[in-house]
Write a protein that binds this ligand. Sequence first.
Ligand SMILES: C[S@@+](CC[C@H](N)C(=O)[O-])C[C@H]1O[C@@H](n2cnc3c(N)ncnc32)[C@H](O)[C@@H]1O
Length: 284
Amino acid sequence: MAIKSAGRLFNNWMIRHLPSPVYHALGRGYFRFLHRHRDAEGKPPRHLSFVYGFDPGFDHLGEEFVDYFIRFCALQPDQRVLDIGCGIGRCAIPLTRFLSTKGEYRGFDIRRDGIEWCQKNIESRFPNFRFQCINLANPTYHPAGEELADQFSFPYEDAYFDLVFSKSVFTHLQSTIVERYLGETKRVLKPGGSCLHTFFLLTPAARSGLDAGTSQFDFRYPVPHGAAVSRSEPEKAIAFEETYVREVYSQAGLEIIEPIHYGCWSGAGKGLSGQDIVIARKLS
Ligand SMILES: C[S@@+](CC[C@H](N)C(=O)[O-])C[C@H]1O[C@@H](n2cnc3c(N)ncnc32)[C@H](O)[C@@H]1O
């Protein structure tokens, strides 16, 4: 227990103080060296999974989210799905076992290493799964990116998808980009289609967790409509006011399906998952 808490404090310290390229390089080096014999076939190497969010078994979180898509969004095997910030295919891999050959999966991300792994290991075996790398800037994940995400139009036609989702992506975006991405979510969804996005939402309960020091992340630096864990690099992790997020959904024309499924990140309660999950529907 004490070792776990010390580990969390040390990790929080590193996240707050080290620039992401240094933090990622240290983590990648550690996993490359110490865990090089533990990489499993068909799964991304552990040094990559460190950068995209570590999950000891890798499969657990992806399977959990596919379960939410089916339970809360009524996803069917022959439907069309968009994964924003798809990373190393955490949700795509379990979706290969759920979607039929009539179904379609599209994923895009701004990091080339993850997209190349997905193209080589998933797209090559499942032609109805396609992955695309877009050269957008994000100080944490792709500082050299050349295009601005708050002006980016998703490369898909209007009303194409039954489900649009992002897992642990809006938690790394500034508010102007979240606004743009929710507008694009609405555009590419079919009428009646669903979206599922995860957030860190600042609610009274989450704030009490932050004040009590039980939160997994220490959101202490103000950003527009919320707070971040780092002043110099807010994209490491950003939390938004729940009232603001509700307003953006409403302005985008997306109706939130109540209740919001709060996560356990703040330590304030049990929570369905780690992050807060917002599910919404496009009305027309
Ligand atoms: C914590 S990782 C999560 C990856 C994946 N969704 C998962 O759950 O494994 C955050 C992801 O967001 C991606 N990302 C950051 N900014 C982005 C943007 N503007 N558009 C799309 N993806 C972005 C990163 O490259 C990274 O893959």
